[in-house]
Design a protein around this ligand. Structure first.
Ligand code: FAD
Length: 400
């Protein structure tokens, strides 16, 4: 059935790609993308990078121009889906309207994890997930002001770099004993701590936030030892919660994401899912993996579109990710969970380019490549194809 109505819930990286791919795969009926944000589907990664630093505009963030959707007869509908009625094959919108579907794609992404401490609702405390969030932050991010960032993950660190570029004093508070603790080796964490300190950012690890204090606006962040860290604005970046409620209430299988198979089908084969909201069993890692990355959202969305059009295009690409901070482009190939050894090429205590390879039982699992695009491409290839590589080769390869 490629002549009925395909509905896509969520108009961001996954939703926009799913709609475009439906046309490429030959879906000839209606394609309607329902999203609850006011802008055309836009790229989220620049929000903590160029868009926050003021070097790119919202127009430049558009994933595709408005004409693309017109030309391919993809209807963008601004609305919130509140329910999926699987028995009737339709969704319900917040105004009570219903829309029938012949194929349904869930691309609902995620929302920021809220910090549940006293004072977190004070004006001047922000989260960062949407362009609207960044617009509010930018109004408050005046040169010379003191910004405190709660959370030393990629988004927190990118935000720190962008706020430094805007001339703010920046402190990063991280509860763990190092930044990026969940995702990188200690050596890579130390590298980023050094780089940020060199740029004038105060990085404080082991800093557990207990409250925000202020009167009509936030004035300080209170740590568990009672210390008040002065703040004119606070940005909280402590992770993401996948938007799975619609799927769960419709009786679809949900874990830490809407469970999909390698054809992006949920437990209802008429419904596919893709992007940050979806979790799938990856044979490569032998477990369910939910990825929060643009390349994965795109890959899953292409698979989902093929599936709705009756074709099989299994999800197979190696996960990858990137992060831009200052002059540093980090590219990550694979997922390093379960590594038992690392190999460094370059000296992260001194250089601004190096690669960190993660091995498990002697096999290459993942790589973090900082300003080393060639290493990244090679690592991606080796991991994807399962090519055996010796430790000495990784140490000796000349990076670029
Ligand atoms: P989302 O982008 O979360 O979009 C989901 C959309 O669905 C949202 O617009 C949401 O409002 C809408 N929606 C949800 N429920 C409903 C409903 N019921 N009805 C209607 N609409 C609904 N990834 C990288 O690979 N590299 C990076 O450098 C990088 N940097 C990032 C920086 C920041 C600041 C952020 C926030 C993310 C970054 N990411 C990065 C992650 C990347 O942006 C996400 O992986 C990507 O946005 C996932 O796309 P998605 O379409 O699955 O979900």
């Amino acid at each position: 059935m490629t002549r009925g109505r395909a509905l896509v819930v969520g108009a961001s990286h996954a939703g926009a790609q799913l709609a475009a791919s439906l046309r490429q795969e030959g879906w000839s009926g209606e394609v309607v993308v329902i999203g609850d944000e006011s802008a055309l589907p836009y790229q989220r990664p620049p929000l903590s990078k160029g868009y926050l630093a003021g070097t790119s505009t919202l127009d430049e963030l558009a994933i595709r121009r408005a004409e693309f959707y017109d030309k391919h007869e993809i209807q963008l509908l601004r609305a919130t889906v509140t329910k999926i009625d699987r028995a009737a094959g339709r969704v319900v919108l917040s105004d009570g309207e219903t829309l029938a579907y012949d194929g349904l794609g869930l691309c609902t992404g995620g929302r920021v994890r809220q910090l549940s401490v006293l004072g977190v609702d004070l004006p001047g405390v922000f989260y960062l997930r949407t362009f609207a969030d960044v617009e509010s932050i930018r109004e408050a991010a005046l040169p010379g002001r003191r910004a405190v960032i709660v959370g030393g993950g990629y988004i927190g660190l990118e935000t720190a770099a962008s706020l430094r570029a805007l001339g703010l004093e920046v402190t990063v508070l991280e509860a763990a004993d190092r930044v990026l603790a969940r995702v990188t080796a200690r050596e890579v964490s130390s590298f980023y701590e050094r780089v940020h300190r060199d740029a004038g950012v105060e990085i404080r690890t082991g800093a557990v936030v207990e409250a925000m204090a202020g009167d009509h606006v936030v004035r300080s962040v209170v740590l568990s030892d009672g210390e008040h860290v002065p703040a004119d604005l606070v940005i909280v970046g402590v992770g993401l919660v996948p938007n799975t409620e619609l799927a769960a209430e419709a009786g679809l299988q949900v874990e830490d994401g809407v469970v999909i198979d390698d054809l992006a089908r949920t437990s209802d084969p008429q419904i596919v899912a893709a992007g940050d909201c979806a979790i799938n069993h990856m044979a490569r890692y032998g477990r369910l993996v939910r990825l929060e990355s643009v390349p994965s959202a795109g890959e899953q969305a292409k698979t989902a579109a093929a599936t709705l059009c009756g074709r099989e295009r299994p999800i197979s690409a190696l996960p990858w990710f990137w992060s831009d901070q200052y002059d540093l482009k980090l590219q990550i190939a694979g997922v390093n969970t379960g590594y038992d050894e690392i190999v460094l090429n370059g000296d992260p205590t001194r250089d601004r380019d190096f690669s960190c390879y993660y091995l498990q039982h002697g096999r290459l699992l993942a790589a973090d490549c900082v300003n080393r695009p060639r290493d990244f491409v090679m690592a991606k290839q080796m991991i994807s194809q399962g090519i055996d590589v010796e430790r000495a080769e990784l140490e000796a390869s000349v990076g670029s």
